[in-house]
Design a binder for this molecule. Structure first.
Ligand SMILES: O=C(O)CC[C@@H](O)C(=O)O
Ligand SMILES: [Zn+2]
Length: 508
């Protein structure tokens, strides 16, 4: 399969991105300058080793740039060695050696994460899975796909689409992210409402442990009730317990009819009401219920070449999608829903997509939000789960706090803070709270950190709905996990990675 090169979204204000606070380098890790780099060329093909002169190689440091910096260029490490093995056996040999030598390793997929989980913090060796990109098998009867961890999500979706199926997850980064990274971070995305979490769709995993042991749990069975389900521990472990090299995933039948509508909604209360109606009307064919506020809409219309499908501006917008098997019947359902919502004054306007182009434009509007905000300024991102009734309150609270501190004027886009906005997968209780400022600066950050996390914890929400913990939220884990839970997480880490060489400084 072909690889895509990931680039930061055009216009992201790289120079203004604040370097995230880095924990100090752990001295227990061996410096690569004291390691025989040539050894790696014996255990993996020489052309898959990228080493700079600092560690005895010839690679230009610029070649390592894309492995050291994350998508937003917010997190940046200083690795001098990147290994791109082609087989599980090679991954095993690398990890065994790194364990013996106490060399820290950061596993890396498509490097599209948003919490600093997939790049080195200091000089950890980057173990990139991009050369492991084969489909291993596909069973058209059960719909079970078995593939290497480095397969790109969109390419897998195209592969299964040709066979009448669909990947159970979809996200904006689909063109670059790897299935292994999706599993390691338990990625959510826009199909979550319909197909649920990867904890349900992933049937098996092949994982290499830090000591080189290969845990072959690449089951294709839906039912396997033989005690502890170890694979679940690796789903969402963010590369801290083992390196996922193979994935077995259940792919549902691809819906043959997809319908989409965009609604203009006068209040957040009505966004919730409309969700209730959408569920009642559409039942199991409801496949997405996404929302965004007027600030997001302004940014997206300004930065993408898109036109709103609605005439006027509304405080909130909702994208409703149905995925079924009878186009006309599903169309009728969505039209009836829209009529009902308009009649009852729950929504003020709505547009139904007439063809696939309009469907993809409506989705581009929603999926273009993060990039558009990035083009507007330095974006602080919070990805949180909050019970739906109070989900938008945190956006309002933060705006008020910033206003009170004289950092934000809602009607003007000038000033240290330009925008405070909310969007996300409301059907999954998942809010993306983004604050866009001129630059990252402490007087702004101090307003919402740790306030947002306190707010979320006080409503029994989660400080990470779908993006993971990574480096960004490691020190805030206590807002979502009790001390007892964190202590057990640390004990699990000790069992699988006793020398803590895997993805250090992250998660726990
Ligand atoms: O960048 C973000 O804050 C959210 C990204 C992604 O999870 C989305 O839903 O668009
Ligand atoms: Zn999201």
């Amino acid at each position: 399969m072909q690889q895509r090169v990931i680039k930061p979204a055009a216009g992201i204000v790289l120079a203004q991105q604040r370097q995230h606070h880095k924990p100090a380098r752990l001295e227990s890790f061996k410096k690569l300058s004291n390691v025989d780099i040539e050894h790696f060329k014996k255990i993996v093909p020489a052309e898959t080793v990228l080493a700079t002169a600092a560690v005895g190689g010839k690679a230009d440091p610029i070649e390592l740039e894309g492995f050291n910096a994350d998508w937003l260029d917010k997190y940046r490490g200083n690795s001098q060695l990147v290994l791109r093995p082609k087989t599980t056996k090679e991954v095993s040999a690398i990890l065994k050696y790194c364990s013996e030598q106490r060399i820290a390793v950061v596993p890396q997929g498509g490097n599209t994460g948003l919490v600093g989980g997939s790049v080195p913090v200091h000089d950890e060796v980057v173990l990139s899975l991009r050369n492991m990109n084969r489909v291993r098998s596909y069973d058209e009867v059960s719909g079970v796909l078995v593939c290497d961890a480095g397969c790109v999500l969109e390419e897998l979706d195209n592969y299964v689409a040709e066979r009448g199926h669909i990947m159970p997850l979809d996200l904006g980064a689909k063109g670059s992210c790897h299935i292994g990274g999706n599993v390691a971070t338990n990625a959510g995305g826009i199909r979550f409402l319909r197909y649920g979490s990867l904890h349900g769709s992933v049937l098996g995993l092949e994982v290499v442990l830090p000591d080189g042991t290969v845990l072959d749990n690449l089951s294709t069975l839906r039912k396997d009730n033989t005690g502890y389900d170890l694979k679940q521990l690796f789903i969402g472990s963010e590369g801290t317990l083992g390196v996922i090299t193979g994935v077995s995933v259940l792919t549902p039948r691809r819906p043959s009819a997809v319908n989409v509508a965009v609604l203009g909604v006068p209040s957040y209360e009505n966004v919730q009401q409309a969700f209730k109606h959408a569920r009642q009307r559409c039942g199991e064919i409801l496949s997405a219920y996404e929302f965004w506020d007027s600030s997001c809409m302004r940014a997206v219309l300004h930065h993408q070449s898109l036109k709103s499908p609605l005439e006027a501006e509304y405080p909130f917008y909702v994208l409703v999608e149905t995925s079924g098997s009878e186009k006309a019947h599903d169309d009728e359902k969505l039209s009836a829903l829209l009529e009902e919502l308009l009649e009852q004054g729950i929504v003020e306007d709505g547009a139904l997509a007439q063809d696939d182009t309009q469907i993809s434009r409506m989705w581009m509007m929603r999926e273009g939000i993060p990039e558009s905000l990035g083009k507007t300024g330095a974006t602080y991102k919070y990805d949180v789960s909050i019970p739906i009734p109070v989900l938008y309150d945190v956006v309002k609270d933060i705006a008020k706090k910033l206003e009170k501190a004289d950092l934000y004027k809602p009607d003007q886009s000038s000033g240290p803070v330009k925008m405070v906005c909310g969007y996300g997968h409301i059907g999954d209780s998942n809010l993306h709270l983004n604050v866009v400022a001129d630059k990252f600066e402490d007087r702004v950050t101090n307003i919402f950190e740790p306030y947002v996390y306190e707010w979320v914890a006080s409503h029994r929400g989660s400080i990470s709905a779908e993006h993971g913990v990574g480096l960004m939220k490691r020190d805030y884990l206590g807002y979502s996990k009790s001390p007892e839970m964190i202590s057990y997480m640390k004990r699990i880490k000790d069992v699988f990675d006793p020398h803590h060489i895997l993805n250090p400084y992250k998660v726990v």
